[in-house]
Design a protein around this ligand. Structure first.
Ligand code: CP3
Length: 353
């Protein structure tokens, strides 16, 4: 099972030389694909889709049938972890994720415990094994989790938030309770990701979508410190190969410098920081993944090719670049525009190697 036909992603994440830049797309399995919408309808709701290893495997593979991608990412969600902690995750159509039992007070937090990960999240590990079997060594499989801070925002706010008033109030008024919560999520996430690695995940990505909502000092204290705990606890080698770890804080900017010091292998970069600048921030200590603005995919084929060329040019020559969007692909994208993007990376990137 360890012999990979295409290991460009794993090599680029370790800053090893590759003949072209590998490419995958955040949220590559999702609502912009009609075949995803069909399976999602068959499953009934989003969590039933995540809980069925066969259906989760099917939607994981769908984008790979259409596009020359260099990685699969497990179809699941970052909020499976608080669901396993007993908060009761559900999705309201058009409203995003919600919890039946959000954490309202410090005493709600103090009642939480690390769940039995094997029992509560076994469906995720079954999906990983199913996907690995079906991929049959064609490309590596990325496993993932949310950062403790980002997951905590949903647990405390009860769903998606713009201003994070409740959790920022907790940070100011009961920082000990917030730290307890973050430590608990970090401990659960270590078990969760190591079980994904045991089941066959070959690289790991941690999504910190909301870390940059914090001021820099609190970012380091609450978001980065809890990601550091996870990086320190992860299995870093499996079947004789390193399992690269990618951290992604959307909007990190100059904080990329701090992130590069965690011992991770790579950093995701959103489109608000040029890769040439990001490269200076990290001083070539880690690989970089990104960072085309997802909105570019709404434009003409020429504009998309130009956008790809600019991202490649901004990274420049040398190893350590994985092509991606700067954040997830949105449901309004024409699937044919993704073909244009992926083909442009294949065509233009060898010149930078
Ligand atoms: O990238 C992939 O293809 C793998 C699957 C994946 C999903 N969610 C599937 C999903 C991954 C990696 C995630 C991560 C995730 N989930 C994040 C961090 C990454 C990011 O984009 O910032 C966050 C914040 C979540 C929480 C979450 N899950 C939200 C806010 C929503 C609603 C989004 C929306 O646009 O309505 C979800 C649901 C979700 N997760 C969908 C998908 C494909 C859409 C659900 C549907 O089919 O109705």
């Amino acid at each position: 099972m360890s012999g990979l036909k295409n290991d460009l992603l794993l090599r680029a994440l370790l800053r090893e030389p590759v003949p072209r830049t590998p490419v995958w797309i955040m949220r590559q399995a999702g609502r912009y694909l009609p075949e995803y919408r069909a399976v999602r309808e068959k499953a009934g709701d989003f969590m039933s889709l995540c809980r069925s290893p066969e259906l989760a495997c099917e939607v994981t593979l769908q984008p790979l049938r259409r596009y020359r991608l260099d990685a699969a990412i497990l179809f699941s969600d970052i909020l499976t972890v608080p669901d396993a902690m007993g908060l009761g995750l559900y999705f309201e159509t058009g409203e995003g994720p919600r919890f039946e039992r959000p954490l309202k007070t410090g005493s709600d937090i103090r009642k939480l415990a690390v769940p039995d990960v094997a029992a509560k999240l076994g469906y995720v590990f079954d999906a990983v094994r199913t996907v690995r079997r079906e991929l049959d060594g064609s490309v590596p499989l990325i496993g993932f989790a949310g950062s403790p801070w980002t997951v905590a925002t949903y647990m405390v706010e009860g769903g998606s938030s713009r201003e994070f008033k409740t959790i920022k109030g907790l940070a100011d008024n009961d920082p000990a309770a917030l730290s307890t919560l973050l430590d608990l999520i970090a401990a659960t996430t270590i078990e969760y990701l190591n079980a994904q690695i045991d089941a066959g995940a070959q690289a790991i990505m941690i999504f910190d979508t909301w870390g940059a909502a914090l001021e820099a000092e609190n970012y380091r204290r609450f978001s980065l410190a809890s990601m550091q705990i996870i990086v320190d606890g992860l299995t870093r080698e499996r079947d004789g190969r390193r399992v690269p770890v990618i951290l992604f804080t959307k909007g990190a900017g100059a904080l990329l410098t701090d992130m590069a010091g965690t011992g991770c292998d790579a950093l995701g970069v959103d489109w608000t920081t040029d890769l040439s600048t990001a490269r200076k921030y990290v001083d070539d200590r880690v690989a970089l993944q990104g960072n085309l603005d997802p909105a570019t995919l709404l434009e003409s084929p020429d504009k998309i090719r130009q956008g790809v060329a600019e991202v490649l040019e901004s990274y420049g020559s040398g190893p350590g670049h994985v092509f991606n969007l700067g954040h997830g692909i949105t449901p309004d994208i024409d699937p044919d525009n993704v073909t244009i993007l992926v083909d442009a990376v294949h065509e233009l990137s060898p010149a930078y190697k």
